[in-house]
Structure formats: C-alpha cells, structure tokens
Design a protein around this ligand. Sequence first.
Ligand code: AOF
Ligand code: ZN
Length: 356
Amino acid sequence: MNHELYMQRCLDLAAQGLREAMPNPSVGAVLVYNGKIIGEGHTSPYGGPHGEVNCVNSVKEEDKHLIPLSTLYVSLEPCSHYGKTPPCCDLIIQQQIKTIVIGITDPHEKVAGNGIKKLKEANREVIIGVLEKECREFNRRFFTFHEKKRPYIILKWAQTADGFISPSQKNRPNDGTVESKKPVWIANSYSRQLVHKWRSEEMSILAGTNTVMDDNPKLDVRDWTGPNPTRIILDRNNRIPGSYFVKNQKINTIILTEKTNLPNLGNFLFEKIDFNESLPRQITQVLYQHNIQSVIIEGGRQTLQTFIDYGLWDEARVFKGETLFHEGIKAPVLNATAAKRYTVLNDELLIFRNHD
Ligand code: AOF
Ligand code: ZN
C-alpha cells in the first residue's frame, strides 16, 4: 500500500491553503480508487468547507459511483462536531466510504478522538498515524495553540558578524524625526525579503517599545504577497507618537499597555497588562484570547531575551550578516544548538527549535 505517498499528497494539497485557513488547521484529503486519485481537496479559507468536503465535491460525475469503493486519505482526524461547518465524519459515513487513513488525531477538544470513534462505530476501517510526525509539523501552530493554550512563538533577529543587533545610538542616521529613522541593515535584501514571506505566514507580529521608538518599523508585508499579521505592540506608557507607522489604523493592531480607558478604534485595540509582572505569559494569554495561533517576535533585544529566559519560544530564526558594528546592542543569548543552517547569499541563517 502507498499510504505514505497519498498522505504526502494530502500535505502538499494542504500547503496550498495554510495561511488562509488559519486559525483553522489546513487539511488535505485524497480519494483513491484502485491506485488512482479520483478526488482531492484542502481546507478552504477560514470559515469555508473542510478538506474532506472539497475532496468529495471534486470527484467527477462519472466517478461518483466509485466513492464507496475508495480509500479516503486525510492529514487530520475528520471532525465530529458542528462548528462553522457540519461534521466531516457524517459526510464520510453518508458517502459509504469504507476505509479512512488518518495522519494524526485532532487536538481540538471538541474532536480529540471523537471523529475516529464515530467512524469506527459506523464499522469503517480506520488507519491512524501515517506520516504522523509530518502532519503535526505541518500544522504545528494549530497543535501548539490547542495543546499548550498559547500561540506558536517564532523569534527572529539579525546580528552582525561581531554579535550586535543594532549600532550604538551615535552611529545611527537619526536626528529624531520620523523620516530620519532610516534602518541600518544587517541582513542582505534576499534575507529581508524572506522575512516578509515569514510575516505573511503568521497571524501576528510583535515588537517592543524600544524597537518601535528607535526604528519606526511598519511591521507589514511588503516584499511578498499575503495578509498582514496583526501587529502586537508593547507600549507601557502610551508613548509611541501618533505619527509612527504602527499607529496607522489600517492594519489590525493590539497595543499592550498599562494605561486604562484608551478607546478602541475599529481594528485598533488596547489591552491592559501588568508590566511589573513577567510579560511573556501575559502576552501569550492575550493572544490566546484573541484566537491568534502564532506570533513572530522581531525585537528588540529585551523582548526577545525575556521570551528566551522564560523558555517560551518554539523557533528562533537568526541571520548572521557580514557587517561589523564594533559597538551597540548585543544580540540575544540563546542556549541552543543550531538545528538547521542555511546561507542566503552572504548571510548565514540559523534555525533553532526549542524542544521543551
Ligand atoms: C476537518 N477537516 O479540513 C479541518 C478541520 O468551525 P469549523 O467547522 O471550520 O471547524 C473548525 C475545527 O475543525 C478546527 O478547530 C479543527 O478541530 C477542525 N478542522 N477538520 O475534518 C478540515 N480544517
Ligand atoms: Zn471537518
């Protein structure tokens, strides 16, 4: 049996809709009759039909009679509950599909094995755990969110060859005006474009007050296509000026502050947290409440280091450029061994994973 081959096809299909499906998982499904794929699909953008539904609907009229004789491959346990859509299990049972091969069980508390139970109770053959590791890795944001009750956390920074993430203030081309806050680049333009791709893949992006004050970043997706992540900004005393890019109200933004009674304006929200208490837990709790499944943290040093010290991170993506700053703000210290090492033109890119 080519279980792994068809499950891989499910994952390839799911990859076409990962970001759009969030905060739902993206799930691929394939119907195979006698060694031939007669239908395939993946989860539609959030709120739309699930992968199994799209797969069944894709079968040509002349092949419809083959559905009950086919094996259904699906990269996540079919759902058993009424959410925004009816249960996929009911569809599978109604379509008389006899064999279902599942990548991994769904961690969502409303499903969590109930889909498999329902199929077995209907006397269907259920095979579980084909490419399980790969299926978990693919929807790792969704799994982390449901299993750990927090978003998937990605740390990102670029450091110079001598270990700095920004130059000392006196070497910055900055006279205090917004326009003059020109970035001092460490990574090359290809690495920078990759960062925009990464931003388009996550539900939110976080930056601390100092980074916003020093760099006036836009924190949007410009050099890639895809949605802007929700901007999460730390602004304890509400001191970021209204003229700064993060105060532009077109992009969904959550400002974490200590001030009370700040008015929410459309897609611009204020959330109060206690800055005298440890921040990572409180930040991830706010994100959890907003159903935000992932966050990419782009600085500054203090914010990144706090999450590292707290052990609250899943991936760290670190660029090492060729530039030297000699002095400035030191790069965060990460006690982890490099999992993967790449080169992006002349930059080195290290991707660390935190296995807690
Ligand atoms: C599936 N196939 O393609 C996906 C599933 O609100 P709903 O109806 O969209 O349901 C969302 C939940 O369903 C989600 O949290 C997860 O447990 C499951 N997602 N299940 O059978 C799919 N995307
Ligand atoms: Zn479903």
